[in-house]
Design a protein around this ligand. Sequence first.
Ligand SMILES: Cc1cc2nc3c(=O)[nH]c(=O)nc-3n(C[C@H](O)[C@H](O)[C@H](O)COP(=O)(O)OP(=O)(O)OC[C@H]3O[C@@H](n4cnc5c(N)ncnc54)[C@H](O)[C@@H]3O)c2cc1C
Length: 462
Amino acid sequence: MSFSLALTPARHDLVERTHAFARDVVRPAADRHDREQELPWEVIELAAREGFYNPLFYRDLIGDPTGLSLPLFMEELFWGCAGIGLSIVMPALALSAMAQAATPEQLLRWAPECFGAPGAVKLAALAISEPEGGSDLRNLRTTARRDGAEWVLDGHKIWIGNGGIANVHVVGATVDPALGHAGQALFVVPKGTPGLTLVRKLDKLGCRASHTAEIRFDGCRVPADQLLGGADRLERRLARARTADPSSNGRGPGSAALGAFEQTRPMVAAQALGIGRAALEFACDWAARREAFGGPILDKQGVSFPLADLAAELDAARLLTWRASWMAAQNVPYHHAEGSMAKLKASEVAVQIAERAVQVAGGWGYVRDHPVEKWYRDAKLYTTSEIQRLMIGRTLGDAAVEAPLHRRTRAEGAAIGLSLGRGTRRRSLAAGAAMRAAQRSPPRLLRPAMRFLGPPHKPRDS
Ligand SMILES: Cc1cc2nc3c(=O)[nH]c(=O)nc-3n(C[C@H](O)[C@H](O)[C@H](O)COP(=O)(O)OP(=O)(O)OC[C@H]3O[C@@H](n4cnc5c(N)ncnc54)[C@H](O)[C@@H]3O)c2cc1C
């Protein structure tokens, strides 16, 4: 399917409904939850009633072949508030990792537990990062060992969204540290499992409405069927990895969490776009109304030029995000780390816009009366730029051999286009011949000829 910016009526409706929810429900609650650093239970409940908080909703978004539904939803929701947005979409991150590793039976059993239902919403967490390192996921220190009909988990996790309070924790642990990713597996650890403890809730710079925590697993026992993917699949993978080239470091389902991060990069990029767009709208509106030295400050190029640059950068980042999301939806591999490109640009432009919005709002930008300083703090969460550059950098050696996307996608349309379509040699030669013939023709014949030779008519604005 071609890449297209056109929205179907259903997707248009999704954008409108999400925007209305972000404007009428999320924004009014944002300041209080940011100050009090309290999980927005009442907003999650309303999101559930609106249909934004259940596994099938996210399955639909991910299943959209245009790839647009997911980033559109994220941008609108996070335009409202990133902290509240994170609280709403956190179970989808856990579900995404689960879906890559779980058997169909496990998915059916645990996916509903990640969200609950209106009136009884539940929470889910993806617990991968550890105090010793969050970027280098090959070196997980949390261990899982088999003991009869159970797995026993021991380890320490930090920066975990919904950690310790989630009904379902999807936990990354190593069963064989020597095998890197291939020696890792994901486990489901439900709330209340003995040995799982919430060490502390973290006091964050931004996105403060979301719950982020440090948790521990001390002799934490889960039944064997809570190993996602099952024991047979794990054993086969470990056996394959043990006989494989050690430098390959395993790319099996043990890297499901990594896969989830990779797959969700455009989704996370779209979250940053939402913050950036909110801040840009505020800055432009403020600059149009605020007067200094005899007129609106937007009339000063010192104010409008940086905003103009950022407006262009934001749109460029959005297009990168939609391209990456379309590729993911169409199963087109990221040969040039297109997901990382989207996240790199979107996160950096969001911070730049928020910083500029603080600047444009002057003294008012520095105090908490307006949300600009909050957007600045919220946007900073997203700049994991070194890792995105690392991912892009790794592909640069292949760039010379791997053609750009438009040369790799397959051709669409009728076969006749191959001989007479726009840009073909035959069409171009025919056009040249027609032009020469037109020069020899009487002027009254030129008008009908120009119908074919002139630029195509664009529909006029009504
Ligand atoms: C609010 C919040 C929510 C989070 N939610 C979750 C969650 O739900 N689940 C979860 O598992 N994790 C979560 N994380 C963890 C997050 O994924 C990690 O913080 C992140 O992976 C970075 O890990 P780190 O802090 O250990 O940084 P480190 O890995 O120690 O990196 C430190 C710095 O060095 C840079 N760096 C690292 N390696 C390289 C390199 N090779 N080249 C150049 N620079 C490099 C990094 O970019 C970073 O700037 C969350 C974090 C935050 C702040």
